[in-house]
Design a protein around this ligand. Structure first.
Ligand code: NDP
Length: 254
């Protein structure tokens, strides 16, 4: 358990499934009030009910991070419902591999707008809260979920990898803005993890019936709970300790 998480207030994007949902669940179980953000409101409401029934505090806030107005409305609802936020976890993301020569501009736009600009929108919506919490002597954290793909080349993942490499660099660069203000920034870089991420791939050769499925069969993947535990650990360190970048791989993933 993570006693340091008691009494904190978090926003978790991508909370409808996978790492975001697991992180929200773990934070809430340790006494953090959580705002659950994603597009599928039904999923968020189910998770909020589960957390509340277990004695935690959660609000479901439907939000599309690719839409500035949606993020603004969500931020206002969170301020009204939970008050000031001191922990932001950006887990929302999409992974749509295809050869660049297929020219899938629809996928490029969606990945850039979700994985990079979406993260920026959420950071901007809550950075004032994080700074204010830190200025009062509290602990304040920004956690971005990037990927091992920001360092390692996977064939046909060029655009996804580019968004994650940009996010990794954004996280490192933001430490120069936020660190001096006592807001920590952590970049989490998971390897293969068993979530819904691969279900949106529309190229059969690359999806769960193809290359990605083969990877799942040959490597025992991480679970969303493994990543949630890493995030909870990271944000529970003493205030002057910032774990800047964490790569977590399945033991069998090279
Ligand atoms: P999931 O697909 O299970 O989770 C992604 C979440 O993002 C969903 O809850 C989805 O909910 C939400 N989301 C997607 N688009 C938007 C949007 N426009 N606005 C708001 N929310 C959105 O996959 P993971 O848990 O694996 O993904 C979490 C993060 O981990 C991602 O950033 C991913 O790139 C990264 N990652 C994953 C790895 C893996 O192997 N699984 C490896 C390395 C990194 P909804 O559809 O309801 O909006």
């Amino acid at each position: 358990s993570y006693p340091a998480l008691s009494g904190r207030t978090a926003v978790v994007t991508g909370a409808a499934s996978g790492m975001g949902a697991a992180t929200a669940r773990l934070l809430a179980a340790n006494g953090t009030a959580v705002a659950l953000l994603a597009r599928r409101e039904g999923r968020l409401k189910e998770l909020a009910e589960e957390i509340t029934a277990a004695g935690g505090r959660a609000v479901a806030v439907a939000c599309d991070v690719t839409d500035q107005e949606s993020v603004d409305v969500a931020a206002a609802r969170i301020t009204a419902g939970l008050g000031r936020v001191d922990l932001v976890v950006n887990a929302a993301g999409v992974m749509l591999p295809n050869p660049v020569d297929d020219g899938r501009a629809d996928e490029w736009t969606r990945m850039i707008d979700t994985n990079l600009t979406g993260v920026l929108r959420v950071i901007r919506a809550f950075s004032g809260d994080l700074r204010a919490a830190a200025a009062e002597g509290g602990t304040a954290d920004l956690v971005n979920v990037s990927s091992i793909a920001s360092h390692v080349v996977f064939p046909d993942y060029a655009v996804y990898a580019a968004t994650k490499a940009a996010l990794t660099h954004l996280s490192a660069a933001l430490r120069s803005e936020y660190g001096p203000r006592d807001v920590r920034v952590t970049n989490i870089e998971p390897g293969l993890t068993d979530t819904e991420l691969g279900t949106h791939i529309d190229n059969p050769a690359l999806g769960l019936d193809g290359q990605l499925g083969a990877m799942f069969r040959s490597i025992q993947p991480l679970t969303s709970e493994d990543i949630a535990d890493l995030i909870a650990y990271t944000v529970s360190r003493p205030r002057h300790v910032n774990l800047r970048q964490l790569i977590a791989l399945p033991t069998h993933q090279a």
